[in-house]
Design a protein around this ligand. Structure first.
Ligand code: CMC
Length: 428
């Protein structure tokens, strides 16, 4: 095994170096504190590997993203969301009978307990759908108590996984129906995953809705692109919460909350709001670029930049192409697309963005596509959560499959006061 040597205070410490299958290298510092008294400091975990994982590979410099070894471009073109979900969770593409069984179980688990429907009455119709989603997902642990299991070959885990994947879309669609005051549309056994969701969202007794094949395909692609992204903020949250042996539903609930933030999945909502502000307030592209560069300004170029991608985000490339295909095919007049294109071109030509390697990320174009599918802006991050769910489940399972299970517990460098006297209140 290769070793790295750390020299400190006149002593040398040998640290094992691990190799990944794509020749990435990691220094193992597990025993560093025990041996040398040192911990590592890496605010924001910018250079810290928290686990070994065989699920998703990203090369941020080359713009590569693969699930279980299969390039994202291939999955986006040839797979469905359900098949990709199976691939992520179980590590291989399902054969015909595995896929049939998985789909059948998704259908059987698509309804939510009728008593849970009353929960929606407790939420104001204006409540953010991400708050509703996280609450309802955590509440699943009350209605479907299949708590922590350490036998992941068991039916219990399979059932929890399909339950979550199927019910999350019903919960999401019901939260939309509740927000617009329309009756819930129940899931149908004869529709595939995405078509079923679109039907629950947009069908109504007074305005029947037929799921168009292009819409169904576009949604499949969007959800596939969201399905996993290795150890990002929400996935690390799911792992961290799950590492305490919290149940799957609660671990996923925590992931949904982490995803909501505008620096993470919440960026897709912010992109559209930003483009709308630019249009409504009449900002020029030049003004936007200079505001985005000015740290004092409150303007942020959402949908730009990524911790890992330093060349391009392959998901954004696929979505940009899809956006243009949609506009051309359906003759859509969407002024926000023109603003987005102008903004992207101006940023990509600007030295600030070139130097900092800032490129459009998945959220720059996903919101525009969701908008074309008729999804309301405040539900964009919910769509991201539906897509990311199989990845969260796969990562949670992988963590529990690996032995020994270690509770996640980082250290810190304390910079507060040294020991102080307690001064009674009358003497302060
Ligand atoms: N507009 C202007 N400047 C930016 C941007 C941006 N969108 N993103 C990063 N920078 C600057 C940043 O100010 C910093 O400058 P300096 O080195 O002078 O301090 C430099 O680029 C590095 O940025 P950072 O914020 O330190 O990088 P990070 O890796 O900590 O953060 C990020 C990554 C995605 C949070 C950040 O790029 C950002 O805030 N982007 C906008 C929000 C967004 O689109 N988020 C969605 C990410 S993709 C979906 C997902 O997987 O979550």
């Amino acid at each position: 095994m290769e070793k790295a040597v750390l020299s400190y205070n006149g002593k040398q410490y040998e640290l094992p170096v691990f190799n990944g299958t794509e020749n990435e290298k990691a220094v193992d510092i597990t025993n560093l504190r025990k041996d040398s008294g040192l911990i590592t400091l890496d605010v924001g975990y910018q250079n810290t590997g928290s686990c070994q994982s065989a699920i998703t590979f990203i090369d941020g410099e080359k713009g590569i993203l693969r699930y279980r070894g299969i390039p994202i471009e291939v999955l986006a073109e040839k797979s469905t969301f359900v098949e990709t979900a199976y691939l992520l969770i179980y590590g291989h593409l399902p054969n015909l009978s595995e896929r049939r069984l998985f789909s059948q179980r998704l259908t059987e688990n698509s309804m939510i307990h009728e008593d849970m429907l009353r929960f929606f009455d407790g939420f104001p119709p204006t409540g953010h759908p991400m708050a509703v989603l996280s609450t309802m997902v955590n509440a699943l642990s009350v209605y479907y108590p299949g708590y922590f299991t350490d036998n992941f070959e068991s039916d219990t885990f399979d059932l929890m996984a399909v339950r979550l994947i199927s019910k999350i879309r019903t919960i999401a669609a019901y939260s939309y129906k509740h927000s617009i005051g329309e009756p819930f549309v129940y899931p149908r056994h004869d529709l595939m995953y995405c078509a079923n969701f679109l039907n629950m969202m947009f069908n109504s007794p007074v305005k029947p809705y037929n799921v168009e094949i292009d819409m169904d395909r576009a949604l499949n692609t969007l959800l596939i692109l969201h399905a996993d992204h290795e150890q990002n903020c929400s996935t690390s949250t799911v792992r961290l919460v799950g590492s305490s042996m919290a149940n799957l539903y609660s671990s996923i609930c925590a992931g949904i909350c982490a995803l909501w933030g505008p620096l993470h999945g919440g960026a897709n909502q912010r992109v559209i709001e930003m483009l709308e502000t630019i249009r409504e307030d009449g900002f020029t592209i030049k003004q936007c670029i200079s505001m985005a560069k000015d740290k004092e300004s409150r303007f942020k170029l959402f949908g730009f930049g990524h911790r890992i991608y330093k060349n391009f985000d392959p998901r954004a490339t696929i979505l940009k192409k899809m956006c243009h295909e949609f506009v051309a095919k359906y003759n859509i007049h969407e002024p926000l697309i023109d603003i987005a294109m102008d903004l992207e071109n101006a940023a990509l030509a600007d030295q600030f963005f070139i130097d900092k390697k800032l490129y459009p990320n998945v959220d720059f174009y996903s919101g525009l596509l969701y908008r074309m599918l008729g999804i309301p802006t405040n539900m964009f991050t919910v769509m991201f959560a539906i897509g990311r769910l199989p990845g969260w489940i796969a990562q949670w399972k992988e963590m529990h499959d690996s032995r020994p299970l270690k509770i996640g517990r980082p250290r810190q460098l304390y910079i507060g006061d040294n020991i102080r006297d307690f001064v009674p209140i009358e003497q302060r």
